[in-house]
Design a binder for this molecule. Structure first.
Ligand code: DOR
Length: 350
């Protein structure tokens, strides 16, 4: 018996093929309206496990990824406790989930998640370690606390070769690396041979993009150059140190211009944007309210057009969802208090 899928369009060539899959079912599926693609990889997801599993768990997050066509994800370190390699203390928020499962760091807990929970997750995942302890921005993490989890790090860490979920990047995602630890973090990144994933914003005020929409809503705005300041700072650090910096969810024309120039200079700079900066501008806040509140915020139509142009000309290296689930109760708190974040895994490709 065979399963025949007719007239399938191949994702990256547009070629139309008939796919014959050996099967024990005598079935024919009309797949003429479908697209066949390799499994997608998402280098930017928030799965909230441990600590905030009422928003998302490893199980629900991996299911969302699989249903959107993803086969690999990179988990950001703003779990509770944070994924910083430091031993979790009893009584700390989220600590019981880690300790009760029999592990003493978040990295170890996620390393052995399937065994500890008796589940088989449908996608592969790697881990991103914090740049600062507790992701608090005061003290850089200790390389010794996480270097043993790098893929194939070295003979003194033989287990690393077998790791199913290695640490493959460093980030304080949710915020940019703070100025007081910047040099130490770049040293750590260099020592580890990994790369820095930078959330390019420092702002204490502001909830949505600064502009006519923020004024109409009466909500404090986040200026566009908030993002640019971190992009420029880190391009400069990359030039000085040779460290690869990857900018997350870039959202403004002025940042894309700076990144374009840095790439033309030959610096080890890459960047991503997210589907929402391509599909939506800040007018979406008027329709969807806080469901469209995220960091960085949805920008102007001019910035949206600049984002599309940056994808088209290759300034954007990859698309990442920044899948960041929150509960409806939290999203109903109003523009000032609702948390930032929008989900994306299930609908990004579509
Ligand atoms: O909107 C966001 N939400 N941006 C981030 O960078 C973090 C994320 C979250 O974890 O909720």
């Amino acid at each position: 018996m065979t399963l025949t899928l007719h007239d399938i369009k191949v994702w990256n060539t547009g070629e139309v093929i008939d796919l014959v899959v050996p099967s024990d079912t005598d079935a024919s599926v009309d797949a003429s309206a479908m697209t066949i693609a390799p499994g997608f990889e998402d280098p930017h997801v928030h799965f909230r496990d441990p600590g905030q599993t009422y928003k998302e768990s490893m199980i629900s997050g991996c299911a969302a990824a699989a249903s959107g066509g993803y086969t690999n994800v990179l988990i950001m370190p703003n779990t509770v406790p944070a994924m910083d390699g430091v031993k979790v203390e009893a009584g700390q928020p989220g600590a019981s989930e880690v300790l009760d499962a029999g592990y003493d760091t978040v990295i170890d807990y996620l390393q052995h998640y399937e065994a500890a929970h008796g589940v088989k997750l449908p996608v592969r995942y790697d881990l991103c370690v914090c740049a600062s302890k507790g992701r608090a921005g005061h003290e850089a993490t200790e390389v010794a606390d996480w270097i043993g989890y790098l893929p194939g790090h070295g003979d003194e860490h033989k287990d690393a070769y077998q790791l199913a979920h290695p640490v493959t990047a460093i980030s304080d995602d949710g915020s940019a690396v703070t100025p007081s630890i910047l040099e130490q973090v770049f040293e750590n990144v260099k020592e580890s041979g990994l790369y820095l994933i930078e959330h390019c914003e420092h702002h204490d005020t502001g909830a949505v993009n600064d502009g006519p929409v923020s004024r109409k809503l009466g909500v404090p705005g986040i200026p566009e150059d908030t993002e640019l300041k971190i992009v420029e700072r880190d391009i400069d650090m990359s030039r000085k140190t040779g460290v690869h910096v990857h900018f997350q969810h870039v959202s403004t024309a002025i940042s894309f211009d700076a990144i374009r120039k840095a790439k033309a200079e030959g610096l080890p700079i890459t960047c991503e944007t997210a589907p929402h900066y391509i599909a939506l501008n800040d007018e979406a806040l008027l329709k969807y309210g806080t469901l469209a509140k995220m960091n960085p915020p949805l920008r102007s139509e001019a910035d949206r057009q600049a984002t599309i142009a940056a994808v088209a000309d290759g300034t954007v290296d990859l698309l990442a969802t920044d899948h960041a689930p929150h509960t409806m109760e939290e999203k109903e708190l109003g523009f000032l208090d609702a948390p930032n974040g929008i989900i994306g895994l299930e609908c990004a490709y579509a």
